[in-house]
Design a protein around this ligand. Structure first.
Ligand SMILES: [Zn+2]
Length: 268
């Protein structure tokens, strides 16, 4: 199984990334998509991907850091244009599989909303131009996010709604447009509405992820999450869908390969 969203370069893992990767491999994880969320972590993500054959990278600016690209009025800044050019440069590396994580976050509102919209639009344009899929982060902004993406135009390679927390309408939006849902530890939480959304979406629309070091599955709540615990997510999803875990694993692995095309790293 593949962890389609992890942050191995977070300080929570300190210098332990190698050991964390080893433990995950021993638990059956065969690939890691390590996600950047600003320039520094995007560079670090690519450095990790260069070090391990089974680690790939994404690069992008998170909505929390939208001011790196745009001002509070929603205009791209001069520095922002330079940073976009650097993102573009990083994207040309064969192990960079997607632009992300990008999106809208109205839960914490750490950056002004016009800046979030402008940063998202600029990075969607980048993904379209470079023929890359996107990794979306959406929190308390489902309606605005989905409306905005419809307005500015769907990224041609589509992408994943990571840490999916939307409602049935958001599931249907994703299904109709060919987006995938990233399902992680939250699906194991007793109070979660996510199992119902997983059932509605069906196996073909899903990707497995940990979002480690965050969102640990039961019974590890309160601990630092690890990709080695991805099997908890797999088993829970399989139970919801009344499928064999092995079948869910094969299907989600295939969906990962179709969406992110990791093989392009080895084609000249
Ligand atoms: Zn993330």
């Amino acid at each position: 199984m593949i962890d389609s969203h992890v942050h191995l370069n977070r300080q929570e893992f300190a210098d332990e990334a190698g050991a964390v990767v080893e433990r995950a491999r021993a638990a059956g994880v065969t690939g890691f998509l390590n996600v950047g969320y600003d320039l520094e972590t995007s560079r670090a993500s690519l450095a990790l991907a260069d070090r391990y054959d089974d680690v790939w990278a994404t690069v992008g600016i998170h909505p929390h850091d939208a001011l790196l690209l745009a001002d509070e009025h929603g205009q791209l800044t001069a520095d922002g244009r330079l940073r976009l050019a650097e993102l573009e440069e990083l994207c040309r590396h064969p192990k960079v599989l997607a632009v992300g994580e990008i999106g809208l976050d109205f839960f914490r509102d750490l950056s002004p909303r016009p800046a979030q919209h402008a940063a998202l639009a600029a990075q969607l344009e980048l993904a379209a131009r470079l023929d890359l899929p996107v990794v979306f982060h959406v929190r308390d902004a489902w309606d605005p996010m989905l409306t905005f993406v419809d307005e500015v135009g769907l990224p041609p390679r589509r992408g994943v709604l990571h840490a999916f927390s939307g409602d049935a309408a958001a599931v249907d939006w994703a299904l109709e447009r060919g987006f995938r849902l990233g399902i992680g530890g939250v699906v194991t939480y007793r109070q979660s509405a996510l199992p119902g959304m997983v059932a509605r979406a069906g196996c073909d629309a899903l990707l497995l992820e940990t979002d480690a070091p965050w969102l640990p599955p039961v019974p590890h709540r309160g601990q630092r999450n690890e990709p080695a615990w991805l099997g908890r997510v797999l088993d829970t999803v399989a139970g919801i869908l009344q499928m064999e875990p092995g079948a869910v694993e094969r299907r989600t692995d295939a969906t990962f390969a179709e969406l992110f095309r990791p093989g392009k790293a080895s084609t000249p």
